[in-house]
Design a protein around this ligand. Sequence first.
Ligand code: COA
Length: 157
Amino acid sequence: MNLRRYKNDDLEAVAQLYTESIHTNAASHYDVAQRGAWAPRPPDLDIWRRRMATLQMLLAEEDGRLCGMLGYEDNGHIDLLFTAPGCARRGVASALYCAAESALAAQGLNELFTEASLVAHPFFLRQGFEVVEAQRINCRGVVLPRFAMRKRLAPCP
Ligand SMILES: CC(C)(COP(=O)(O)OP(=O)(O)OC[C@H]1O[C@@H](n2cnc3c(N)ncnc32)[C@H](O)[C@@H]1OP(=O)(O)O)[C@@H](O)C(=O)NCCC(=O)NCCS
């Protein structure tokens, strides 16, 4: 697996990965209406272009195919963690997360935070995050449950 930074011509592939990941990997925890509100089809590329401008994006590729992505912000916010359908439980998200955590730790941050879906909740627990609160957000008129989570980074000895 190869990790690299996002380029502008990845826009459509990234929006597609997000959409397919939600409609497939998240089907175990979110119903059709919830998934449709979370990831409308087709994705609005103008919204995606604006979102990409606010995030540091890491992409994972396997044999030239996009298999995962993660976005983060310099304040420690971990966002947009998605693995492609068919690539789950093979360490893709772990590799992306470790790269982001290393980069943020190197910037001197001592706490990371995220809003984890019900599907991602066990993943973030495994990475050492704790739940701050259970949330129910309104997304395009549909309620989506999720967890606000955080992880304190150990200071360098
Ligand atoms: C959450 C998600 C990103 C995890 O990606 P992944 O590449 O499958 O994760 P990894 O293979 O690195 O998993 C590492 C560990 O996290 C935990 N984990 C990951 N997915 C899990 C799941 N669905 N159920 C329980 N534990 C899980 C396990 O401990 C796993 O280790 P194991 O496979 O050896 O048991 C992926 O399921 C996904 O894209 N979900 C749909 C979209 C989503 O909800 N994204 C998060 C938005 S906040």
